[in-house]
Design a protein around this ligand. Structure first.
Ligand code: SF4
Length: 461
């Protein structure tokens, strides 16, 4: 167990008034050791805290009294989200993207977590194979939701085979417990062609209707295969297979609506792009419950490009940290780089994005009044395979594409390919061969950028 370590102190906050400083370890709050930032948040919500603080280099802690009102933020950020050990995953899924990463990336990217706390905090999916009675008790008592659960298949034998873990056959019993306890849970099915598509997908959707009708939503996402995969059974969908998945989901949406009054299951945007079918209208997504998982993101982008002032679900982030600032999320779904409008710029524009994003942007830019906007679909040579989403673009690929852009152009890249200012391969904006503008990955911001407003990282609004 490590103690939360202060990484920043807000000016004039209760923590600042009590003399807390960067580097301080907060060993206990009112006598309790926080296990994670969920505990930390709950404990620090109290009025008049007594904090056992160990200053850097000091062998022992000393008690510090913090005067504050109940519910008033303490005013510190701490170094990590979990102070005991992150629960790692005991599955060995053939479709796992972590096994498809090349060697030598930063360590945090290889962390296979299966920890309900990271599901609550960041929207990570958990299979519940390491879930316990105590976890269920805590979630129900502290009302820790929404949570995000990997389903993949409801047939016990198939699920255990997909997770390569016998516990996969039984761990969805915990999903039942969470739903019975009134916790909001969203599910996900990674559809692997030849494994859990076709009749198996029908069976899974029937299983959801039968056993887990209380789920808030289920996203069906296509298998991503990088060139580093050595799983021969794993392959991308063909166009026909993508169409069949969409047909199955259409049919089941009708059934779910009739039985439950909502569509329940939604196909990832990639399916529509691969199948070359029109994106559904915004109303189809029933509030975009899985926008951040690439479900409805393309529709939301198109609509907010057409009507920037109308806003939209762009930028919606799942999890507790969508509303509360606390620990940084290194290795998880970290906050994207902050950008803000910074002035007028009327140079020609080159928009760089992933190959899937380019299919969405192509028609939008073609119908835009400016005739000096160029779209560059950046192939993902780093990962190869069928990886085409902007969120997995690396600095190396962006740098290669930038080399071909005329010097006089402004270059725009989506913020989805950066996590806390870093590309997945560890490069930063400063490592690119020329300056680029990072634009929030939603249509309205791109429209504003094309209308001449430039964006700069970290600029005050
Ligand atoms: S459960 Fe998730 S992290 Fe674990 S092996 Fe499967 S895909 Fe990878």
């Amino acid at each position: 167990m490590s103690a939360p370590t202060v990484t920043s102190v807000t000016v004039a906050s209760p923590a600042a008034r009590a003399g807390l400083a960067v580097g301080d370890e907060l060993l206990t709050l009112n006598g309790h050791e926080p296990r994670d930032v969920i505990d930390f948040q709950r404990l620090s919500d109290a009025s008049d805290l007594s904090v056992l603080v160990r200053r850097a280099g000091a062998p022992l802690g000393r008690l510090v009294r913090v005067d504050k009102a109940a519910g008033e933020p303490l005013g510190v950020e701490v170094s990590s989200a979990v102070f005991d050990r992150i629960r790692t995953c005991d599955n060995h899924c053939a479709f796992c993207f972590i096994y498809q990463l090349p060697k030598g990336m930063r360590r945090s990217l290889y962390l296979k977590d299966d920890d309900y706390r990271l599901s609550f905090l960041y929207g990570n999916f958990t299979t519940l194979t390491r879930f316990t009675e105590l976890d269920a008790e805590r979630i129900l008592t502290e009302r820790l939701g929404p949570l995000f659960v990997s389903i993949h298949a409801t047939d016990p034998e198939l699920r255990a085979r997909m997770l390569r873990n016998p516990k996969g056959a039984t761990s969805l019993r915990w999903l039942q417990v969470l739903l019975d306890g009134g916790i909001e849970v969203h599910g996900q099915i990674v559809v692997c062609p030849g494994v859990n598509d076709g009749a198996a997908l029908e069976d899974t959707l029937a299983g959801i209707l039968d056993r887990y009708p209380g789920l808030a939503s289920v996203g069906a996402v296509p298998l991503g295969v990088s060139r580093y995969s050595d799983e021969h059974e794993m392959r991308p969908h063909t166009q026909d297979e993508a169409r069949r998945v969409l047909d199955t989901i259409d049919e089941w949406q009708r059934l779910f609506r009739r039985a439950l009054g909502h569509r329940m299951v939604f196909a990832a945007d990639e399916y529509y792009l691969l199948a070359q079918r029109d994106l559904p209208r915004a109303g189809h997504y029933e509030g975009f419950p899985q926008h951040e998982n690439g479900i409805g993101m393309a529709r939301a982008f198109v609509d907010s490009f057409a009507r920037p002032a109308a806003g939209g679900p762009g930028g919606v982030r799942h999890g507790f940290f969508s509303s509360v600032d606390a620990a940084p999320a290194d290795g998880y779904r970290a906050p994207r780089v902050e950008v803000a409008p910074a002035g007028r710029d009327t140079r020609p524009v080159t928009v760089l994005t992933g190959t899937y994003g380019a299919r969405v942007l192509g028609p939008l830019l073609a119908s835009h009044p400016r005739d000096d906007v160029e779209l560059r679909a950046v192939p993902n040579d780093f990962f190869g395979g069928n990886i085409g989403v902007a969120g997995l673009l690396t600095g190396e690929d962006v740098a290669r594409a930038l080399a071909e852009v005329p010097d006089a152009s402004r270059c725009l890249v989506p913020d989805a390919c950066l996590n806390e200012g870093r590309f997945l391969d560890g490069l930063t904006l400063a490592d690119l061969p020329r300056q680029v503008e990072v634009v929030p990955s939603e249509g309205g911001s791109l429209r504003v950028a094309l209308d001449g407003t430039s964006f700069r990282p970290g600029c005050p609004a």
